[in-house]
Design a protein around this ligand. Structure first.
Ligand code: FAD
Length: 462
């Protein structure tokens, strides 16, 4: 392996330690935010700054048959960017130039390491933004968002990352560089390889550039409404009332009793009462926010629908009051972290089965003697059950409960993952969801892109 590292250094040079094999670098590349132990130690970490450097790495890895793990900011929750034994971890986070902002065509050309929030901040003076808004927007890269087809709170109205990607610049496993997609509004020539690469989790190619759609920041004020319900069944019915009777909300979130208890412990009863009113009570909390033209009327209509559905409704009179309601939802992750290490899960079911999935999670938790606080992007049927545990290793009991939870989601017509990806974490369940024929077809596509199986091997397809 030292011959391989020498080869890389000879090709890439030794400026700013572009090829690192010191213990600090190797250990840092073994973790992401999934809580999964890395399957191994890399031989080195390459901090590429140009597509040409990525091509050099891929050619060398093809020659020496060395696995490559593409990596953005390492905020992934599926164990997709952690080191594989004897691999090169290809760190793209240094490629962070916004190459072009084109307000006339409402698009941006970016390098993969640009942070999601930085792109929106750069587009803001033009009244535009990058629509995908994972809760990790401030720390995750656009390349990582594309590779995982990231979602977020706003995708109920503005769509997931796939809808925001027009064209990709990609280095293939053998070092060839291709461009997919186009920058026109329309275009249907040939197969849509851009869509195929979005969400491919570093298994088909390395994204070295992207042309992404920007959307206008909605004009006017944002209007927020929240409702407390006696249980998640009633709250899920409230969510359907919102999605079926009024304008599409820009955000529709549901918190269960276990989540509310922990958020209350973090924020304190007075903050909760200040947001929701002193008489507030309930074991489920639904939050809806509306933006754009007609937002005020839509929020008022949602408030009426939630009242009719049995909710104790709070229609925020102004932006500050709305922000206090949203703060309850935002406190979810910090509230979990105050009690230990957290495995953030991510199942998605048809919206009409949301309450069933909440109940399945509660029953699974009761069987295993663990409480599983759960928040849902209710407008998408996407639930994030959180497992909180002591220490850094996920206990076996938690994996057993997670296994039952994935199966429950599939039985309800749902999926193993709404937005975090398969990575390492869920590779063993993929066959259960897509079946033998689709898995064989997908492995065939992987083989076509990566015949030597050096790109993120073992991830997604097992
Ligand atoms: C607090 C918190 C909140 C989160 N909230 C959300 C959320 O709301 N919605 C959501 O979808 N996710 C969320 N995530 C998960 C995570 O932030 C996203 O999956 C994000 O898109 C990963 O970006 P990254 O740059 O960190 O990628 P990494 O973690 O570095 O990589 C993720 C995957 O993408 C591949 N990859 C990365 N860059 C490239 C590239 N240039 N070319 C090819 N493959 C590449 C990697 O190999 C890996 O498989 C959250 C994470 C945290 C910690």
């Amino acid at each position: 392996m030292s011959a391989f590292v020498d080869h890389l250094r000879a090709e890439l040079g030794t400026d700013r330690d572009i090829v690192r094999d010191d213990d600090d670098a190797l250990q840092a590349a073994r973790v992401d935010k999934s809580g999964l132990p890395a399957p191994g130690v890399p031989v080195c970490v390459v901090g590429a700054l140009t597509p040409e450097q990525v091509q050099i790495v891929m050619r060398a890895c093809s020659l020496y048959r060395v696995p490559v793990v593409p990596r953005g900011a390492g905020t992934g929750l599926a164990g997709g960017a952690t080191a594989i034994d004897g691999s090169v971890v290809l760190d793209l986070s240094g490629m962070r130039r916004i190459v072009r902002l084109d307000p006339d065509n409402e698009l941006a050309v970016v390098e993969p390491g640009v942070l999601n929030a930085d792109l929106s901040a750069a587009a803001a003076p033009f009244g535009l933004r990058f629509a995908p808004d994972p809760a990790s927007a401030a720390i995750a890269t656009v390349g990582g968002n594309i590779a995982t087809n990231a979602g977020g709170l706003r995708c109920v109205k503005y769509g997931v990352t796939r809808e925001a990607v027009l064209a990709l610049d990609v280095v293939l496993a053998d070092g060839r560089r291709i461009s997919t997609g186009r920058t026109t509004v329309k275009g249907v020539a040939g197969l849509d390889l851009t869509a195929l690469l979005v969400g491919s989790e570093g298994t088909l190619g390395v994204i070295v550039g992207a042309t992404v759609r920007l959307v206008p920041v909605p004009r006017g004020s944002v209007h927020t409404v929240a409702a407390a319900f006696p249980d998640v069944t009633a709250a899920a019915a409230g969510a359907s009332a919102v999605t079926s009777t009024v304008e599409r909300p820009a955000l529709l979130e549901l918190l269960d009793a276990a989540s509310l208890e922990r958020i209350g412990a973090l924020l304190g009863a007075s903050v909760m009462a200040d947001a929701m009113g002193a008489s507030w009570s309930g074991d489920a909390f639904l939050l809806a926010q509306f933006d754009g033209p007609g937002a005020e009327e839509a929020a008022a209509a949602a408030a009426r629908a939630l009242g009719l559905a049995g909710g104790e409704v709070r229609l925020a009179p102004d932006a500050d009051a709305g922000e206090r309601l949203v703060a309850i939802r935002r406190a979810f992750h910090p509230a979990m972290e105050q009690f230990g290490s957290v495995l953030i899960e991510d199942v998605c079911v048809p919206r009409s089965r949301l309450a069933d999935m909440f109940h399945a999670i509660e029953a699974i938790g009761a069987r295993h003697g663990i409480v599983i606080p759960t928040v849902a992007h209710a407008g998408d049927g996407n639930l994030h059950p959180n497992f909180v545990f002591e220490g850094s290793e996920v206990p076996e009991e938690v994996w057993l409960a997670a296994d039952e939870m994935f199966r429950a989601a599939l039985e309800l017509g749902g999926t193993l993952t709404g937005e975090h990806g398969v990575g390492t974490l869920k590779a063993r369940w993929l066959r259960d969801e897509i079946g033998d024929d689709l898995l064989a077809l997908q492995r065939g596509i992987k083989e076509l892109f990566d015949p030597l199986r050096i790109l993120n091997p073992g991830r997604v397809f097992g």
